[in-house]
Design a protein around this ligand. Structure first.
Ligand code: SAM
Length: 329
């Protein structure tokens, strides 16, 4: 499938500089994991190895009609609406919703936004038979360029619905997210996102989460997927081991499970002309995955002056619920 209808506002150089910066800071942004072959690897990992994740993802797709109810209950058919999927990947979690909204004659256009060009190629393919106005934009959604682009592209729409679906919210710092969303939205625009809510704060629940992530580590594709940016910087695979730790975040009481590469020897690399030295036992941290306490999370969003509209719960396991929220500015 040609990717000619993808509008790009990032450069290759930006990716290299981002990885370089991450190596020096010992923290690599998760957006660098999904480029090149990693797009397919991500979906093959989600699709085959981990039945837990697979069941959850399938359930979310199956329950996409529920997302739709959240939207239809609150959207009038005579409003011209832009459905903007941030970090869209292949666009699957919202696909059924888009199809159903169109079948019911909602006036909706689709905007898929992702940092990874390869992910957007999957989205273009996935949406090829959906007939509505479609725009695919390769961008860092937090960049100034993206913010001005999306606001000007959607200026003549009555409402923007920003969607952040497929457990993506749990990988980011929610303060950064919520403040950035505020600038992207106009009064009464919506945002729709799903998060993981833990059942309680008992040891049993925490251990269940620990086991969940520990199981991930046993899968080669999962590790390979995280290794992408590290291998890209030409680091010797013998010089590190991969693991995770966890801690509780102040404010939201979220538990964060944080993946890292830990060195077992001193290594010296030269990347993009710059020398970097890693000492044994230094770590490069990567993707974070959070689970939330419901009350504390809702309080956090309310304090950021968003209006709660509605939410739907999908219980995926005994110890965790996937909750999809709709808020308005
Ligand atoms: C966990 S995947 C989820 C994709 C999709 N929502 C799904 O559920 O299948 C996260 C996606 O977010 C994209 N991404 C991460 N950080 C981004 C950023 N700052 N700007 C744009 N896209 C980003 C990645 O490229 C990746 O495709």
């Amino acid at each position: 499938m040609s990717s000619s209808n993808i509008y790009t506002i990032i450069s290759d150089n930006e990716k290299d500089m981002g990885i370089l910066d991450g190596l020096k800071k010992r923290f690599i942004d998760q957006k660098f994991c999904y480029v090149d072959k990693a797009a397919d690897l991500y979906y093959s990992w989600i699709g085959k190895h981990d039945t837990l994740v697979k069941e959850e993802k399938n359930k979310i797709v199956a329950d996409a009609l529920d997302y739709m109810h959240l939207v239809t209950k609150n959207l009038k058919k005579d409003k011209k609406a832009a459905f903007i999927s941030l970090w869209c990947g292949n666009g699957n979690p919202e696909k059924k919703t888009i199809v159903n909204l169109l079948e019911q004659w909602y006036d909706i256009s689709y905007f898929g936004i992702d940092y990874s060009r390869e992910m957007l190629d999957l989205a273009v393919q996935n949406y090829q038979n959906i007939s509505c106005k479609k725009h695919f934009i390769c961008a860092d959604v937090w960049s100034q360029e993206f913010q001005s682009t999306i606001l000007s592209l959607t200026d003549d729409y009555d409402i923007r619905i920003y969607a952040f679906l497929g457990f993506t919210f749990i990988a980011l710092d929610q303060s950064y997210f919520i403040d950035s969303m505020y600038s992207l939205m106009k009064k009464w625009d919506f945002f729709l996102f799903d998060i993981l809510i833990r059942k309680d704060d008992t040891k049993k629940t925490l251990i269940s989460f620990f086991e969940r992530y520990n199981n991930y580590l046993k899968n080669d594709d999962f590790v390979k997927f995280h290794e992408m940016p590290i291998l890209y910087a030409w680091m010797d695979p013998q010089s590190w081991s991969f693991g995770f730790d966890y801690f509780q975040e102040k404010g939201t009481w979220a538990y964060i499970y944080r993946c890292f590469f830990q060195f077992n020897q001193k290594i010296i690399i030269t990347f993009k002309g710059q020398r970097i030295i890693f000492l044994p036992w230094e770590k490069i941290t990567m993707i974070h995955r959070r689970n939330y306490n419901r009350e504390q999370f809702e309080y956090f969003i309310a304090e950021h002056e968003f209006r709660y509209v509605d939410h739907i719960d999908h219980k995926v396991q005994d110890y965790v619920t996937n909750s999809c929220y709709l808020y308005a500015k």
